[in-house]
Design a protein around this ligand. Structure first.
Ligand code: NIG
Ligand code: FE
Length: 343
């Protein structure tokens, strides 16, 4: 057996509601993610579903996903809003995260992603509403991070920059969905602003990499989304070889990726991002904990930290990415307590 630190997933879209398997079939038949988004589907379709249910329904549905994740060894993770796109429903999602964290064993870190898609009222009018939301979220401590989806079909570089700047001045930690679908230079702009991580960065330009290194920004890569959307993979090797810290996450969500297992993330990281098995494990534990600011509590097995430990039926570290099935997860300890045991 192999004992490793509990996996930390620093980027998920929990809590969401409902499913989008019809879109998956459309994409398999040739439609693109952006085409579906621009025609009012994609994120907007999940927004309709989330708006239509109570906070309790959200909590019940997402408890299931958190249980699945626990069984695959995830002991800490990030959760975020972004499927409300208005005051009431963004807050509903963040309050659901709070309720979930009282219900499940995992440590949950909360992010406000009100800027996930532009609602019909337009970017300008919505921007004012986002600022009002941030004030309430700050006063009720409902989120540690503010995130923005700065991309084609989502928020412009200008508004994204302004929003993160305001969020930072209000005392939030900031991060960004950057350069997932288009090469718009936002990864380095967010880094200069002090973003803790820039996430996806599949289309990051070579000249931006030195900016990430300069500011100590963590590159958070999610190869499951590339696999799911059949797009390119992020330049992990180039980032690592140029001294940029790399973390890995799942991006678990109902549209662009439904894989949540850290074992599969590890497989893709080694096989498609060119990371070594050791780099992958570090990126899914210690570096992921650094993104969430919980590196003093979790992320390694050492004296003084919480005993978040996963026991794998694996003869060596390399086995994780080689045999990426949940069946190898034999026991999960959260804070020294056994929370999952698989036969
Ligand atoms: O990280 N890129 C934006 N958001 C998600 C997708 C969310 C969705 O499609 O529902 C992502 O890929
Ligand atoms: Fe995402």
């Amino acid at each position: 057996m192999l004992a490793i630190p509990g996996f930390v997933d620093p980027h998920t879209h929990i809590p969401f509601y409902g499913e989008r398997s019809e879109e998956f079939a459309l994409r398999a038949a040739g439609k693109s993610y952006v085409e579906i988004l621009k025609s009012g589907g994609g994120i907007y379709s999940t927004v309709k579903k989330v708006r239509g249910v109570s906070i309790d329904a959200l909590v019940i549905e997402n408890t299931k996903y958190l249980e699945w994740m626990l069984k695959s060894g995830v002991t800490s993770l990030e959760c975020k809003s972004g499927y409300g796109l208005d005051f009431k429903n963004e807050l509903k999602q963040l309050r659901a995260i709070k309720k979930l964290s009282e219900k499940v064993p995992q440590t949950l870190i909360s992010t406000f992603l009100g800027a996930h898609a532009v609602p019909p009222k337009g970017e300008k009018a919505y921007f004012t509403e986002l600022i009002d939301m941030m004030k309430v979220i700050k006063s009720e401590s409902l989120a540690e991070f503010v995130d923005v989806f700065c991309d084609e079909g989502a928020f412009s570089v200008e508004s994204s920059f302004e929003l993160l700047k305001l969020a930072k001045n209000m005392g939030f930690k900031i991060r960004a969905h950057a350069e997932e679908l288009s090469s718009n230079g936002f990864a380095s702009k967010a880094a200069e602003l002090g973003a803790v991580s820039v996430d996806h960065i599949i289309k990051i330009k070579d000249e931006e990499i030195s900016t990430l290194k300069k500011y100590g920004t963590i590159a958070l890569l999610m190869p499951t989304t590339s696999f799911y959307l059949k797009t390119a993979y992020a330049p992990a090797r180039k980032l690592i070889d140029n001294g940029v810290p790399v973390a890995l996450g799942s991006d678990f969500n109902p549209g662009s990726n439904t894989f949540y297992s850290p074992l599969f993330v590890s497989h893709l990281a080694v096989n498609h991002l060119g990371m070594t098995p050791t780099e992958a494990l570090t990126a899914q534990t210690l570096n992921a904990a650094c993104v969430l600011g919980i590196e003093n509590e979790v992320g390694t097995i050492e004296t003084g930290k919480n005993a978040d430990i996963v026991i794998l039926d694996a003869p060596r570290l390399e086995y994780i990415s080689y045999m990426p099935t949940n069946e190898i997860v034999k026991a999960v300890f959260k804070n020294g307590k056994l929370v999952t045991a698989n036969e």
